[in-house]
Design a protein around this ligand. Structure first.
Ligand code: TYD
Length: 203
């Protein structure tokens, strides 16, 4: 059985959270053990950190944000990932690649420093499979709106940089699937569930 880490990545508003929930429902229907959480957030301490980071009028610097994302990840590693590793499937809504895409490609924080800190927090642990949700450039701005948190105030240009970052990071990774978020939810859901079946070797 494939008891690995499956991550859902992509810029805001691309339907990642919908698809991770559909995968969770599917695994439940098959009685396959899994845990599911989001980053930032997840463990109870990480959910507290999430509120601090995403507060609309937050005046934290981009470096402070980075350290908080990693603090939240460390809590998830200790409390959710480590105890379940190789015991259950671990589904995560955003993980390491989000930190590189947003904090490096979006906010220009040095990539090596981010990788060093990430290694300090989770060692060499990596996602085993990633579903990367992308949007055509002309739809990026439309989908983003809504102002749920401070990131919803950033420009289309920012999201282009972040999305291009995701594409660069995952470009050569064979263990990924690109999900075109402008196609229908139903089509993408079928594609994702079929891939999950393949990974798990089930029908
Ligand atoms: P959230 O509302 O969870 O976004 P979504 O539902 O679209 O996934 O907000 C999480 C925000 O945090 C999102 O804008 C991306 C950002 N983020 C980073 O900048 N770095 C990180 O390492 C992580 C995990 C998230």
């Amino acid at each position: 059985m494939y008891k690995k880490i499956i991550v859902f990545e992509g810029v805001d508003g691309t339907g990642k959270s919908y698809h991770i929930n559909q995968v969770a429902k599917f695994l439940k229907s098959k009685k396959i053990k899994f845990i599911k959480f989001r980053e930032p957030g997840g463990s109870s301490n990480s959910e507290i950190i999430r509120k601090i980071i995403l507060k609309n009028n937050s005046s934290l610097s981009k470096e402070s944000d980075l350290l908080l994302y990693l603090a939240a990840r460390k809590e998830n590693y200790d409390k959710l990932i480590k105890p379940n590793l190789k015991k259950k499937i671990i589904l995560i809504d955003r993980f390491v690649d989000s930190t590189l895409a947003y904090q490096h490609y979006g906010f220009n924080i040095n990539e090596k420093k981010i990788k060093y800190l990430n290694n300090f927090v989770i060692g060499n642990l990596k996602a085993d499979y990633t579903f990367l949700h992308i949007l055509p450039h002309k739809l990026l701005a439309k989908r983003i709106g809504g102002k749920k948190n401070k990131y919803d105030n950033y420009s289309k240009k920012f999201y282009e940089k972040v999305q291009n970052g995701f594409i660069k990071i995952l470009g050569k990774n064979k263990h990924k699937m690109i999900i075109k978020a402008d196609l229908t939810k139903k089509f993408n859901e079928e594609k994702i569930i079929n891939q999950i079946k393949k990974l798990l070797k089930i029908k």
